[in-house]
Design a protein around this ligand. Sequence first.
Ligand SMILES: Cc1cc2nc3c(=O)[nH]c(=O)nc-3n(C[C@H](O)[C@H](O)[C@H](O)COP(=O)(O)OP(=O)(O)OC[C@H]3O[C@@H](n4cnc5c(N)ncnc54)[C@H](O)[C@@H]3O)c2cc1C
Length: 459
Amino acid sequence: MLNEPIIATLKSQLRGEVIEPGDATYDVARKVYNAMIDRKPRLIVRCRDVADVISAVNFGRQYKLEVSVRGGGHNAAGLGVCDNGLVIDLSAMNYVRVDPVKRTVLAGGGALWGDVDHATHGFGLAVPAGIISTTGVGGLTLGGGLGLLTRQFGLTIDNLIAAEMVLADGRFVTADAKRHPDLYWAVRGGGGNFGVVTSFLFKAQAVHTNYAGPMLWPMQDATDILRWYREFITNAPNTLNGYFAFLTVPPGPPFPEHLHNKKMCGIVWCYTGLLERAERVFKPIRKFKTPALDFVGPISHPAMQSMFDAIYPPGLQWYWKADFVRDLSDEAVAVHVRYGAILPSAQSTMHLYPINGKASKVRNSETPWSYRGATWAQVMVGVDPDPARKESISKWAKDYWTALHPYSAGGAYVNFMMDEGEDRIRATYGKNYNRLARIKKRYDPTNFFHVNQNIRPVG
Ligand SMILES: Cc1cc2nc3c(=O)[nH]c(=O)nc-3n(C[C@H](O)[C@H](O)[C@H](O)COP(=O)(O)OP(=O)(O)OC[C@H]3O[C@@H](n4cnc5c(N)ncnc54)[C@H](O)[C@@H]3O)c2cc1C
């Protein structure tokens, strides 16, 4: 049983805070991005440095507490927080250091992608990340990392050089190509299963101003756009990324009034090639079907990376379902169009993220990420501010997914999954699952880190 003297001893070992039920900051500190998640941990340790993380891990082990690790808190399944246990909260470890000579970026385990984009932009550099800047570097990287630079520079894990980690037994190690190469392999897609990553070292890419933004078309064009897009994006140069979406136009500026609240289909483009060539690259796109809205033009990388933040603030209800997709058949297009037309709320959406290009040049065995041969990661996202609508947005996402799953490649991107059970996790890692389970046994034999898309130790 935890009592005051025990907690006082823990506090004396830390530079960071310990937050408990009844503390003024408790209810804010236990919140995660998805408001559907309402967990009440016994303790939240907001670590300031590696020594704090070691103390927190040792404390959790000594008192046999359930332990969750919180990076950016964006996980839709709420895997950064637990009930009655200990949350190792890394949000105060959000430093970012750029080495412009070596072109590397060191990010603390609790940094957000907006922190990285801000720090790197001044040097004309960027690390491939996701599409919302408030997402955590930790969870996104450990699961893979898909975004606007994927076709040119690969997944986020393809740009990860090293991870510094605190293991379940409290040891501090560096995982890279030479030191603990098995662990280095495992953290590039295997999630938070292997320890607390206190810092990530990334290779940075030369990216500054892109030619990017959304193009929207009326819903009645969705079949034509999807059929055209499936061919176009598989043949496009790697410098051009574009993910397809169904969405509802927000009712305010900068969107023209006649489109407000209209359900539409669109593609969010990002061209990272030479700006003087951009108009030429987009000519055939604009010619295929003149968009009803065309916000594509020169834009700084951080501005593009945070373009949709305001539409998706923290505190909304989220439920999503996902799959990898190899081919988008006419039958699958028809299902998409059917469910895209009945988006259940203004913020609900569906995204098809291309994985082809650079990300597909890495073999499935090189990292745990087992769907390098898939063309897209698709995700149906039910979102609404009103808790009373959580059933209806979840039902839409589940029905849509059920109708499309027969056309999918099997597993799903692990960062787009809810709590869906071991079979789904096995389907996602495919042939890499057993290797992950053996590495788990080596580094975390008691499954101390299990509040994640869990890989059970074997071997
Ligand atoms: C609005 C939104 C947009 C998104 N967009 C994208 C996108 O464009 N591309 C994409 O790839 N994904 C995207 N995602 C999915 C995102 O990658 C996952 O939700 C991811 O888990 C978030 O990481 P986090 O650190 O914020 O989450 P958390 O909830 O803090 O953590 C998620 C998991 O990672 C573990 N973890 C986090 N940090 C560490 C660490 N330092 N050490 C060890 N374990 C850690 C946690 O224990 C937990 O299991 C998006 C999610 C949301 C909600």
